[in-house]
Every structure is written in structure tokens, then in C-alpha cells.
Write a protein that binds this ligand. Sequence first.
Ligand SMILES: Cc1ncc(COP(=O)(O)O)c(C=O)c1O
Length: 384
Amino acid sequence: MRSLDRFAQMKLDDLERRHLRRALAETVREDGIWVERGGKRLLSFSCNDYLNLSQHPAVKAAAIAAVETYGAGSGASRLVTGNHPLYAELERRLARIKDTEDAVVFGSGYLANAGIIPVLIGRDGLVLIDALAHACLYAGAQLSRGRVVTFHHNDLAHARYLLATHRAEHDDALIVTDGVFSMDGDLAPLGALNDLANEYDAWLMSDDAHGLGVVGGGRGSSFAGPAHVPVPLQMGTLSKAVGAYGGYLCASAAVIELMRNRARTLIYSTGLPPAIVAAAIAALDVIESEPDYIARPVAKARAFTRLTNLPEAQSPIVPVLIGDEEDALAASHRLEDEGFLAVAIRPPTVPAGTARLRLTFTAHHPDDEIERLAQVVRDNILVR
Ligand SMILES: Cc1ncc(COP(=O)(O)O)c(C=O)c1O
């Protein structure tokens, strides 16, 4: 065997031994919630399409119309000829929702985080990052080549201690956190973090991938508390509740203009397909105009946590912690036997020893199925 293949096989064998090998499972999403997978029809609690907008007739119609008008692909980087007219409308809408001067749209959430952080922080800078922040925030922090220091999850005292210890050694400092944590569903204390950032002349960046459309009246985590928190760097993605694709940053006009000039993942990557930008705009129409509808995912998650005596859901994401990887896989299979899809989440997506089922609730999940899921989880998974 060639050394390359030998290397790959050795790595795969190691993953297999540790129950960490993953496989791509072909999944046909029939509508927002029912899927076909491995020959079975399952009710999915493993999808981030919280408002089922990927299937909304107006969203699909907008995408189709954009293909007819502008074609399938954008043809070039936005800075060359890929900046089709729909971008301006989408960025205007995002800035309005987030109450910032401007916004810029990237190819994906991952690309946004990988691009934004290195524009703001260089070798002399400091990035303070929550321990449970998303992998792509870590990727952006590492790409910055600055000093990266992790604070305990949502632990303000630890963040303060690290700033007091390290801030003075660096020219610039950035505090980075998820707004809604992707694997735990809890919210960051954005108000207190913003105060801390101001106190130490650091800049706060929140990743609201799982907040836009579902918390804070649809405007996201900086609007979820008693008072709006003016987080200066509000990043997010259009791939979850918005039901489309792409990432964004909402910030001041100067910061956004700097991103357009310096963010490598924006400059050196092709613009999004027009259909996806049109779909995102149509989805924002729903998010901005249907408050009762957008309240449903969190309400359904709360119904589930009430029925299972789990801590009250703060977002549509509910973790059912299991611990061991093999046990998490077994729990997932148990739910599959009952007709539910709940994919086991294992390290390195979550810390070692915290393998789990990550359940996500959407506007369309039937209440009686949530009750049945709660009963199965209560009787078979939480009792162990
Ligand atoms: C918190 C968070 N940030 C960023 C991303 C990446 O976004 P995207 O899927 O648009 O690349 C995700 C999801 O995958 C996420 O959960």
C-alpha cells in the first residue's frame, strides 16, 4: 500500500476504534421535518431549518425567479463581477434587522468567521474565545496568528481574569463567542460581555448562527435580553433559520468597508448563487413579518424540556447529554427504532466525555410527536 493510503487507513482505523468514525448518510428531506434515510421515513430532530423556510413556497419561488433572471452561478468573486444586484438588498435588510450601519455577506458562516477575525487581529493581537465557541470561530482565531486564549464557557469572571492578565501585552483584543451555543442551545451573557469588552478596550464579536430568526423576536441573541446589546460585530449565517446559505457580518460602515477590502474569504471566493441570495431575502420577509410563527421553535423546545424535566430550553436546541460515544450512538439508534432521527454528536464537535443527542425543534413539529419523543427519551435514555 502506498504510504499515503497507509496513512489514511491508519487514521480511519483509529477513529473506528474510538467510535468516532463518521459516515455521510444520504438523506432526502421531504419537507421541513420528515426525511427518508437508510430506507426509513423518520421525523427529524436534527436539522437547523428551524422555521422550515427552506421549503416555504415564497422562498422557493424567489430562488427560481432569480435563476431565471440571473442564471445559476454568480460567475466570479464579488469584487470582480459576482456582485449581482440582490446582494445590496440582502445586506440592507440584515443591517436593518441587527440595527447596524451596514452588513456584508460572505459565502458561508464558516467563510465569514475565517475571514473576519484575521482582518481585525494580527500577530500582536489577542483573541479571547469561549471554550464552547463554534469550530469556525477557532479557525478564524488561529488564522489571525494572534494569541488565542480560551475562557471557561460563559464564565465572566474567568474572561475578566484573562483580560486583566493579558490585555496590556497586546495592541488589539477581540472577545469571541457564540450568541446561541450550537451544541448546548444556551445563550451567551452578551450584555455583561459587552461591558467587559468596553472596560478593557476589547471588541466583542458574537456568532448568531442559531439566533437569527428564532430568539430576540427573530432579530437574534443581542435582542434576547431585557435590553438590546449593541454588539459591535454581529456575525451569523443564512443557513439555519433563514433556510438558505451564506454568512454575514453586521457592523459599522467603517468595519464593513474594511471587510470588503481585506477579508480574504470574501475577496478570493466566488459570490453566492443569485438564487440563494433571493431565497434569503424572501425568508427575511417572513422573519420580519410573522412574530407568532417565529416564536414556535423555542416554544416547542420548551414543551419538550418541560415534559422531560430538562433545564428550560433557551433556544430551539436541546442537548440530551449521554457522555460516552458508543452510548450516544445506541441512544440515536433507539430513537430511530421509534421513527425519530436524532443524530449522535460526538467529539471533536463536543468536548470528550460529553457525547449527546442534539435535538432541534422547528415551527412545524407536531405537538403529539414531541410528546411521544419526550416519552421515549424519558423512559429509555434519561433513566439510565
Ligand atoms: C455557531 C455556528 N457558527 C457558524 C457556523 C457555520 O455556518 P455555515 O454552515 O453557514 O458555514 C455554524 C454551523 O455550521 C454554527 O453552528
